[in-house]
Design a protein around this ligand. Structure first.
Ligand SMILES: *[C@@H]1O[C@H](CO)[C@@H](O)[C@H](O)[C@H]1NC(C)=O
Ligand SMILES: *[C@@H]1O[C@H](CO)[C@@H](O)[C@H](O)[C@H]1NC(C)=O
Length: 277
């Protein structure tokens, strides 16, 4: 049962200083039952508190039910910076770096297993999820993102931070799997460790971030993770009617929501299953 959570006294804000310009909120369930961590990243014109209180984003219910800690980064700008060189580089000092610092801090503060760090987000938060997967593959185990664009698709030619990119949002930034993969590899040059498993959700009638970004994001991660761009199998009406689950093997899964617009609601069970929670 959803209970109103804003303002929720148990959503704790510690000092923001060590996280550069963004704020970290943390939700600790009454009963911690696992050493796993979920980072939930809000969309544009939102905040940690609003995202936490959104009934379509049930991650704190998941936290209560399964006993994992959730961290809610809160942007101080309209949207996350997924356009500047700083944010699109490992340890570049941008928003992605700030969120990575939050993850590192939580690992020790809450004794989290570094193999159980999961990231989710919607819209701008989904873009940031892709950027984090590209810039901090060493920190993240798996990602479940809703209605985003490929990492590096919102790049700003002038280097500006948190810029909107019409070419990408309209679905006109298309490239080969190799090129999209190169964009990811360039964000952390020389990295050759394991990379997060990626679950990508998108609505077929998304009017804000063109549905074409679904295919481009799939191309990107299947390339990076060495999977075929053709699904191994596609299951209609999964995880619910009119959704289609495209299985690209163990590392990449796509969920195409037929008839759904921007902001596909979080599917807690399917995202948790992808994470192994
Ligand atoms: C928008 O992003 C594309 C890549 O997706 C890039 O080529 C283009 O320069 C960007 N546009 C602006 C105005 O920065
Ligand atoms: C990549 O692998 C090589 C050889 O195993 C190693 O020397 C190098 O440090 C690795 N690079 C990174 C960034 O981990």
């Amino acid at each position: 049962m959803y209970r109103p959570a804003y303002p929720n006294p148990r959503l704790h804000p510690p000092t923001p200083l060590q996280f550069l310009t963004i704020h970290r909120w943390v939700y600790v369930p009454d009963k911690i039952q696992t050493d796993a961590l979920v980072i939930a990243i809000h969309s544009c014109q939102s905040s940690a508190q609003k995202y936490f209180a959104n009934s379509k984003i049930p991650w704190h219910q998941g936290s209560d039910r399964k006993g994992y800690i959730t961290v809610w980064p809160s942007s101080t700008t309209e949207c996350w910076d997924v356009s500047s060189k700083a944010s699109l580089s490992h340890d570049g000092g941008g928003d992605s770096n700030a969120i990575a610092n939050m993850i590192k801090h939580a690992l020790t503060q809450y004794n989290i297993d570094p193999q159980k760090v999961y990231v989710t987000g919607g819209s701008s938060g989904a873009m940031m999820s892709n950027v984090l997967a590209a810039t901090y593959p060493d920190l993240i185990t798996a990602v479940s993102l809703y209605s985003g664009v490929p990492a590096g698709c919102f790049v700003s030619s002038s280097g500006g931070s948190a810029q909107w990119n019409n070419t990408c949002s309209a679905g006109q930034s298309t490239a080969t799997p190799q090129k999209w993969g190169d964009v990811v590899r360039a964000m952390y040059p020389g990295y050759n460790g394991t990379r997060p498993r990626m679950q990508i959700w998108h609505g077929s009638v998304d009017g804000t971030l063109s549905p074409r970004n679904y295919d481009e994001t799939i191309k990107q991660w299947t390339n990076v993770l060495g999977a075929s761009t053709a699904p191994v199998s596609s299951r209609p009406d999964t995880p619910e009617k009119n959704y289609r689950m495209d299985d690209f093997g163990a590392s990449v899964e796509g969920i195409w929501a037929v008839g759904v617009g921007h902001s596909v609601p979080s599917h807690l069970d399917a995202s948790e299953a992808w994470f192994g929670l």
